[in-house]
Ligand binder design. Structure first.
Ligand SMILES: N[C@@H](CCC(=O)N[C@@H](CS)C(=O)NCC(=O)O)C(=O)O
Length: 201
């Protein structure tokens, strides 16, 4: 499988999953880390993803985009970090959709203001305002994690990988997490995994 997208983008979510899979099963993947800036490169990217965004993967001719969908596909295809029951699978979808709608764009917006990236000036007040809107989803996840080690129970799964891969931005932006202790502990467990640290580089 070939993974397109620079590692500092949302592509790292897929690189993390692919690296977990490689370590566990010998799965082979390659990484095209181009930024797709020339007209020719943009056209190539658009031919795979009409949104012109990364990550995109080409798995033996099957082209797929959207970081969460790619990881869910890989989990199911290789029966790896995969949910064991229909209910667990539905719960995995639930958390993957949840993190993309309730947290992904909001956390990125926070990072823009906090770190002054992507053409935005550092603005601590705006960063704090965005953070306030994240209190509700952070509390929600914190309460769910109060009685379990991982989202589906005792085992790390693609549900954790998908959600934690978005929470990596909270770690990068040094979001204070002490008021969400269960979330903080879970995030440390997930984000401390060796495969992620390899994929990050
Ligand atoms: N929902 C998509 C978002 C993909 C996305 O926004 N990718 C960014 C990089 S992190 C991108 O390619 N931006 C280039 C552009 O918007 O032209 C996913 O999770 O894969």
């Amino acid at each position: 499988m070939k993974i397109y997208g620079f590692a500092q983008s949302r592509t790292f979510r897929v690189l993390w999953m692919a690296e977990e899979l490689r370590r566990a099963t010998g799965f082979e993947y390659s990484h095209d880390s181009r930024v797709f800036t020339t007209n020719e490169e943009r056209e190539f990217l658009l031919s795979m993803n009409p949104m012109g965004k990364v990550p995109v993967v080409n798995d033996d001719g099957f082209v797929l985009c959207e970081s969460m969908a790619i990881n869910l596909y890989l989990a199911k295809k290789h029966d790896f970090l995969a949910p064991r029951t229909l209910e667990q699978e539905a719960t995995t979808w639930q958390w993957s959709f949840w993190v993309m709608t309730a947290v992904d764009a909001q956390l990125l917006q926070y990072l823009r203001f906090k770190l002054g990236i992507m053409g935005v000036q550092i603005d601590e007040e705006q960063a704090a305002n965005v953070l306030e809107t994240l209190d509700r989803p952070f509390n929600a996840l914190n309460s769910v994690l109060a009685d379990r080690t991982y989202l589906l129970g005792d085992q790390f799964s693609v549900a954790d990988l998908n959600v934690a891969s978005v929470f990596m931005w909270a770690q990068m932006g040094q979001v204070p997490m002490t008021q969400y202790p269960h979330l903080q502990n879970w995030a440390s467990r997930c984000l401390g995994r060796d495969a992620l640290n390899f994929a990050r580089i």
